[in-house]
Design a binder for this molecule. Structure first.
Ligand code: NAD
Ligand code: UGA
Length: 359
């Protein structure tokens, strides 16, 4: 009973015409920011996260505390738990699902391939099965990835480009996710929006990502490893600031339309959409390091190594015309400004407030 009332109160909507959103992966980097943004404007939000230990679990707990301070409940559980999902949908008739729970990270797929299958394929199907049976059916917005463009060399990447050469198992599971969600749209009339995020960074970020681990190592005086592509060409990423990504997520929820009903009784075509959410200005990894050195006022100890063939793609670059047109998506934070905000957060979180060194 207490569980139910907590879930209800977290889902309570203040804004007229507001949404009630289930955010999966809410204790994750993107999930925390999206949940806060929705709550702030008066939507109802319930988070779900399994608090796995892929990276520093204490950071996930701290994000959960931040959310709880703002009245967002984060339920601890797995998207593969169909009974838990059914219970949540029973208590709250979610209008939308923002699905961000996944096994993220490109290189870790070599170490633990099954965790990608568990969360990004089996978990996705379990969640979609619940959505398909819910009444009303929620509109689903979920995180795909820029990695689906794989070894495609035609830049900038646009949504109509081929995505048939994934370079990592992570990318392959995201590509599979796009195909799986398509079938649920086709057969069951679920409204689906897939968002291909491009290397997202910012405060409360992920310790496994380069900008974060580089910051940690530079401050601790440890070397950083910079991967280099074929013929010593620098790798480049279309690094995208978290606030811009949040705007793209919220814009997607707002424009996602209605699901049309269960299989066989379709009232009309529900939308199936895919958007790039990038920054349209790729930056090389050595340039990222230069910017960090400037903000930290510490020189990095650089080790240059050949790209170890662990799933990285040489470059990413988003064409965002479609998202601009359909979602009003317009990134506004450049890497210099965004990393300044990240470093400020990092110093306040780890150096001033936490005594424990990071792993
Ligand atoms: P994150 O790892 O910080 O967040 C994912 C959260 O999902 C974690 O808190 C984790 O505990 C949770 N989770 C994982 N498996 C789960 C399961 N089976 N059940 C319940 N919870 C589970 O990652 P993020 O950077 O916030 O990424 C969010 C989404 O965006 C992911 O789908 C990721 O693949 C995608 N994405 C991220 C980036 C990026 O640069 N951050 C880029 C492209 C796509
Ligand atoms: C990031 C996320 O980690 C993925 O979850 C996400 O799906 C992907 O973005 C995406 O855009 O779809 P990635 O771009 O590999 O993946 O992010 P980082 O791990 O932060 O790497 C950024 C760049 O730094 C890459 O070029 C990588 O090769 C490089 N790098 C990484 C190094 O040079 N050294 C390192 O020690 C780690």
């Amino acid at each position: 009973i207490q569980w139910e009332s907590q879930v209800r109160s977290s889902a309570q909507i203040r804004r007229s015409g507001g949404m009630s959103v289930l955010v999966t992966g809410a204790a994750g980097f993107v999930g925390t920011h999206v949940s806060l943004a929705l709550k702030k404007r008066g939507d109802g939000v319930v988070g779900l996260d399994n608090f796995n230990n892929y990276y520093d679990p204490s950071l996930k707990k701290a994000r959960k505390a931040l959310l709880q301070n703002q009245g967002v409940l984060v339920v601890e559980g797995d998207i593969n738990d169909s009974r838990l999902l059914a219970k949540l949908f029973d208590v709250v008739h979610f209008t939308h699902v923002m699905h961000l729970a996944a096994q993220a990270g490109v290189r870790y797929a070599m170490e633990n391939p099954n965790s990608y299958v568990h969360s990004n394929i089996a978990g996705l199907v379990t969640l979609l099965e619940t959505c398909k049976s819910a009444d009303p059916q929620p509109a689903v917005v979920w995180a795909s990835s820029s990695s689906v463009y794989g070894l495609n060399e035609k830049v900038p990447f646009s949504e109509l480009d081929v995505t048939d050469q994934p370079a990592s198992l992570y990318a392959a599971t995201k590509k599979a996710g796009e195909e799986i969600t398509h079938t649920y749209n086709h057969i069951y009339g679920l409204s689906i929006t897939g968002l291909r995020f491009f290397t997202v960074y910012g405060p409360w970020g992920r310790p496994d990502m380069a900008y974060f681990s580089f910051t940690r190592n530079i401050l601790q005086g440890k070397p950083i490893t910079i991967y280099r592509g074929k013929e010593q060409v620098d790798l480049a990423r279309d690094f995208t600031y978290i606030d811009d990504i949040v705007k793209g997520c919220v814009g997607s929820l707002d424009t996602s339309g209605k699901s049309t009903g269960s299989g066989g009784k379709k009232k009309g075509p529900a939308p199936y959409r895919i958007f790039n959410l990038g920054n349209t200005s790729p930056v090389t990894v050595p340039t990222l390091v230069n910017i960090l050195e400037g903000h930290l006022q510490v020189k990095a100890k650089r080790k240059l190594v050949d790209m170890p063939g662990n799933g990285d793609v040489p470059f990413t670059h988003a064409n965002i015309s479609l998202a601009r047109q359909e979602l009003g998506y317009k990134p506004t934070t450049d890497l210099q400004t965004g990393l300044k905000k990240f470093v400020k957060w990092y110093l306040s979180y780890y150096v001033y407030h936490q005594s424990k060194p990071l792993n």
